[in-house]
Design a protein around this ligand. Structure first.
Ligand code: PEP
Length: 253
């Protein structure tokens, strides 16, 4: 049975004190609720707060992930953070290929594939984001765009490696805009992604891979989105900055 996952992408938000408060609120909140045994909760704060989050997580029920990683090994890459550094902190997950990195840092599918490789070779599971921008959706190109991102970003992996990847479908027009994909739109692309995986690997392999939805997911719409057979949870931006909302989403399966 594949994992249900709710991952919170804090992006570039919170002071150190605010981060401490939010993580502590998540920890306290988790004491009061029971998550399904098959549900993973992942907190992805900015790099400077990873150690603090990891310390909390060692006494709680959530896991910690980073928001990005370098495509390079350790060395002269000022400002970058390597997969071996994340591994030395025992981080289990890391987001790669987020649309904001594709847009503002000009990340290509080829670069993202190298980041995926760095993570997997350091025993860290990538949460690989894909998704079309509004103009592509309006031109009916969403399937082509997602196919290219998945093929170029992931399909060099072998049968074992791909099963350590989480995919997040995030239509860019729904990120931070308050415009959510309808449950039908989400299911349509998620089923398409699973079909791509089945064709490249096998139906059995495709069935093990968690595919998350991201884009203005909140407590009021999470249940409808997660009710779809190919939607295995969410990558949450804005709503993960509030512990109650984040935990409400995690209880929406
Ligand atoms: C995201 O950026 O990954 C995201 C899903 O953001 P939001 O939930 O704020 O749309």
């Amino acid at each position: 049975m594949r994992k249900k996952i709710v991952a919170g992408n804090w992006k570039m938000n919170k002071s150190f004190e605010e981060a401490d408060e939010l993580i502590s609120d998540i920890q306290d909140g988790l004491e009061k609720i029971t998550l399904d045994r098959n549900t993973l909760l992942i907190v992805c704060p900015p790099f400077p707060y990873l150690e603090m989050a990891s310390d909390y997580s060692s006494e709680s029920y959530f896991l910690v992930g980073a928001q990005d990683v370098s495509a390079n090994d350790n060395g002269a890459y000022t400002g970058e953070v390597s997969a071996s550094m994340l591994q030395s902190m025992e981080l289990p997950y890391c987001i790669v290929g987020h649309s904001e990195r594709r847009a503002y840092h000009h990340e290509t599918d080829e670069l993202i594939a190298r980041k995926v490789d760095q993570l997997l070779s350091h025993d860290i599971k990538p949460i690989m984001c894909c998704g079309e921008v509004l103009a592509e959706r309006e031109a009916g190109q969403q399937f082509d765009v997602v196919r290219r991102q998945i093929t170029d970003g992931l399909f060099h992996l072998d049968n074992d490696q791909i099963q350590n990847v989480v995919i997040a479908y995030e239509p860019v027009w729904a990120i931070g805009t308050g415009k959510t994909a309808t449950p039908e739109q989400a299911q349509e692309i998620h089923a398409f992604i699973r079909q791509l995986l089945a064709e490249k690997y096998s139906a059995k392999v495709a069935d093990t891979i968690s595919i998350l939805y991201g884009g203005s997911c909140k407590p009021s719409n999470a249940r409808q989105l997660f009710a779809n057979p190919d939607v295995d949870g969410g990558l949450i931006g804005g709503a993960c900055l509030n512990a109650d909302d984040f935990l409400a989403i995690a209880q929406s399966f």
